[in-house]
Ligand binder design. Structure first.
Ligand code: ARG
Length: 589
């Protein structure tokens, strides 16, 4: 593993040093280096600096230029306008840097962060005995991408699937099962998720009918909640049955999503049950929480209801029951004190933002969170239907995830099939690719817009070959693989002595940015920036194909080799980037 500094960061450093040399009184000033259309880069920082120090910007720009070290990095530098620097790099520097990336295996020269810590990511958290919905899908997809990206940058990541497996609703379910033994469960294969869900649905509906119509059943269901909380073994065993049946269903959906979820990482609400009392006791003793109308509450100056009264976070209800907040506060203690996390990341619907704001602030007051141990919600928006309303079926019910994924795969398979003959795919390959393209389309749509924005779920657009879609990226990758197969004897070899065409330079400079983009994505929890980077990479590749032939008899051998080298590095970068987003890149498409 050898990390490779990007050309931009090397240049930035050289400029900063030159700036200090030319103007010692400036201290450590930022040359504000940006990519530019006029040259490769433009440094805009000199202008402001000269103004601040009452100097002549153009003169200062000239001094900075003189102070730059002679070397092989810069080909051309000119002072432009009121005092900008336009900088063009040598082709040699570009090719040599890319060659260093290519020599670094899967890491592609991306450094492992020196100051990495431990992040606990709370994501993919469906609810027991309930159908998963598109919101759960978003959490899973975005969360999984963040897990991969943070791990790649060197962070220690602990996954936590905070499933909803506890609470009063289980009283009704368990009591029903107690009175109607054997009604839960399904015939057929162990892994039959749909059968598991319909069995859960059946019990849910039947128990609901009883609960709503039979007062005595209702009372027995309430007593059952008490028995559950008291840890009555028979009650717990029935509860466990609901959890196990639900997990069969969850795993089938995650499997369809081509996503790995591991049992030990599923620590649902029930997992913090033993901590709730202590959490409340600490909060009360430290005065963070106070008694109000019989409930234990935390108040905030800036959280008020429509009537202007403060709306508290309720950690313990008047009836003595604990709710969602007490569980989340206990989970924070566990993650910070036992898992030794220094960062907590919650991939949860934006509609829960107020809850997390209050929970995090409470944890800060209690000292569980502080400046070194922080919590963040990676909030995501609502998935909308084509009509711009929250995504539902025509009948107005929640869309079943299995159906949605099946349809995406079906459409994608049709797209793959259209080209299959030309590419020479077998039926098995068509089926496999259809799955990767379909699931990739759903994931990419989720990942390619800023998470907090609502987005429209539009399958037609998602599997389109043109535009910002995963299949466009997958085709870009497969096309390169095809060229590399066709190259035969010719191998990818970097030739730093060669002059580069404009499209080669543009592609190369973009390739060099991979690590910088990943660092930004990891820092701000913004996977859409990785998606955007990869889309731009594929677009640079398209321009490159338009302007540069790779396998042409007219090309001298070194040109062929160098272009193969460029496209091969592009393929590897696409592959790694897509992998981090949880999307496969088939070899032939
Ligand atoms: N199960 C919850 C839901 O379906 C999401 C849980 C989010 N995580 C948490 N720690 N509260 O809305």
């Amino acid at each position: 593993m050898a990390s490779v500094p990007s050309l931009a960061s090397t240049l930035q450093q050289q400029l900063a040093d030159a700036l200090t040399a030319a103007l010692p009184e400036a201290g450590a000033a930022d040359p504000l280096l940006r990519r530019s259309d006029r040259a490769d880069f433009q440094a805009n920082g000199i202008l402001a600096l000269a103004k601040k120090l009452k100097g002549n910007p153009r003169e200062l720009a000239g001094k900075v230029t003189d102070a730059l070290p002679a070397g092989q990095l810069i080909k051309d530098i000119e002072v432009s306008g009121p005092g900008f620097l336009n900088i063009t790099l040598t082709d040699r520097a570009i090719t040599e840097t890319l060659a260093a990336r290519a020599a670094d295996g899967d890491r592609l020269g991306v450094p492992v962060a020196a100051d990495a810590g431990t992040t606990v990511i709370d994501y993919a958290q469906p609810n027991v005995a309930k159908e998963m919905h598109v919101g759960h899908l978003r959490s899973a997809v975005i969360g999984d991408a963040m897990v991969q990206i943070l791990e790649f940058t060197g962070e220690t990541v602990v996954r936590r699937h905070h499933i909803g497996d506890w609470g009063t609703q289980f009283g009704m379910l368990i009591q029903y099962l107690f009175e109607h033994p054997g009604e839960l469960g399904h015939k057929g294969g162990e892994a039959d998720g749909e059968a598991a869900m319909s069995s859960l649905n059946r019990v849910y509906k039947a128990s609901r009918v009883l609960f709503d119509s039979d007062e005595e059943f209702k009372a027995r269901a309430r007593d059952r909640v008490v028995a559950l909380q008291a840890g009555d073994p028979e009650t717990l065993a029935l509860w466990q049955g609901f959890v196990d049946e639900s997990k069969i269903y969850f795993y089938s959906v995650f499997d369809k999503l081509d996503m790995e979820i591991h049992d030990p990482d599923i620590v649902g609400e029930s997992g913090y049950n033993d901590m709730l009392e202590e959490t409340c006791r600490i909060l009360e003793e430290t005065g963070v929480a106070v008694r109000s109308e019989g409930a234990l509450c935390v108040f905030f100056d800036d959280v008020k209801g429509p009537d202007g009264n403060k709306v508290p976070l309720i950690v313990k209800k008047t009836n003595g029951g604990y709710g969602y907040a007490a569980t989340d506060l206990s989970a924070i203690r566990d993650r910070v004190q036992n898992l030794k996390a220094d960062t907590l990341l919650y991939v949860v619907d934006a509609r829960q933002s107020l809850h997390f704001k209050m929970v995090f602030e409470t944890a800060r007051r209690a000292g569980w969170l502080n400046d070194d141990v922080t919590a963040h919600q990676l909030a995501f928006g609502t998935v909308l239907g084509k009509d711009g309303k929250p995504f539902k079926t025509r009948e107005g019910v929640t869309v079943r995830l299995q159906d949605l994924l099946d349809e995406a795969v079906e459409r994608a398979t049709a797209v793959v099939r259209e080209k299959a003959e030309k590419v020479g795919l077998t039926e098995d390959e068509i089926v496999e690719n259809g799955r990767y393209v379909g699931v990739g389309a759903v994931k990419y749509a989720d990942l390619s817009t800023s998470a907090v924005r609502d987005y429209k779920f539009d399958l037609d657009q998602m599997v389109s070959l043109n535009g910002d879609t995963s299949v466009y990226l997958q085709y870009a990758y497969a096309r390169i693989r095809s060229i590399l197969r066709k190259a035969g004897e010719a191998k990818p070899v970097a030739h730093p002595e060669l002059e580069l065409a404009p499209a080669e330079r543009a592609l190369g400079l973009h390739l060099d940015q991979f690590g910088a983009v990943l660092a930004e994505v990891a820092e701000g929890y913004e996977p859409h920036k990785l998606a955007a980077y990869l889309y731009q990479l594929a677009s640079h590749l398209t321009t490159f194909y338009d302007q540069c032939q790779v396998l042409s008899d007219d090309n001298p051998a070194p040109v062929v080799e160098n272009r193969l080298f460029l496209v091969e590095l592009t393929a590897r970068t696409l592959h790694q980037g897509m992998r981090l987003l949880g999307i496969r890149t088939p070899e032939r498409l």
